[in-house]
Write a protein that binds this ligand. Structure first.
Ligand SMILES: [Zn+2]
Length: 250
């Protein structure tokens, strides 16, 4: 059983700063294994709220250094390693996070394994198998991911990026797709996806299920549920808009 819990669905500064949506990232579950992705501010709090205690989680994946994706990294490593006293946990992150000292040295030492992500590579975290895409077009070193859900099905996670030629190619063949959709309309110079970009992606990739998440203010104003419903009928595809606490079984 592969299950996704959307602990938080906020993206971009305003929605995160005002906590109009929670910014607690994603929790994947594969039978008894958990993989926590992009632990933004409040992740520890929301894990506790759902009675998911950090000691159950042995693997963390961070797509890039921005705080809405990484703010709770240190406190989670602290919780997993019992304050740095137990050698535990496996963290996957871009090198930039280490170079900028965003993972505290004593916690880094306590980790059982620290893995620096590189482009188009394959990684294992307990029963999870995932691949990185090439670096995305964002204002930090950022990776997208493709997870093996089962023998035939893959799940793509398009993290923060602007649309660029070649983005489509990275996610060819996925059955499921999660898209960080910060903006409703595109805006010059903003390195995030908007609804016209999502349309381009979906028309070509034709996923069985698409989930939009990581919403900025323009998406919240446009009403993500309505936007997803309209995309579903326009493209004849199943498009969902995530809400805080949403669970999806694949
Ligand atoms: Zn970002």
């Amino acid at each position: 059983m592969f299950e996704i819990l959307f602990l938080g669905t906020a993206g971009a500064r305003y929605v995160v700063a005002k906590q109009l949506r929670a910014s607690a990232g994603l929790l994947f579950r594969n039978d008894r294994d958990y993989l926590l992705i992009d632990p933004g501010p409040g992740t520890l709090v929301y894990l506790a709220k759902y009675k998911l205690y950090p000691e159950k989680i042995k693997s963390l994946l961070v797509s890039h250094k921005h705080l809405d994706h990484s703010a709770d990294l240190n406190i989670l490593v602290d919780a997993i390693t019992e304050g740095g006293f137990k050698k535990r946990g496996k963290v996957f992150l871009p090198e930039e996070i280490l170079l900028e000292g965003l993972l505290l040295p004593y916690l880094k030492e306590a980790l059982k394994e620290l893995v620096i992500l590189s482009e188009k590579n394959t990684y294992h975290a307990e029963s999870f198998v995932f691949h990185t895409t090439r670096k995305l077009l964002h204002s930090a070193e950022t990776f997208g991911f493709i997870f093996e859900v089962d023998k035939n099905k893959k799940l793509g996670l398009i993290t923060d990026t602007a649309y660029f030629d070649g983005l489509l190619e990275e996610f060819k063949g996925v059955s499921y797709l999660i898209i960080n959709t910060v903006r409703y309309q595109p805006k010059e110079g903003v390195l995030h996806l908007s609804i016209p970009d999502v349309k381009l992606l979906l028309m070509e990739l034709q996923p069985e299920i698409t989930v939009l998440t990581h919403f900025g203010m323009t998406m919240l104003k446009a009403n993500p549920f309505r936007v997803a419903r309209e995309l579903s009928s326009e493209l004849n595809l199943k498009v969902l808009s995530a809400y805080d606490g949403m669970k999806l079984s694949l």
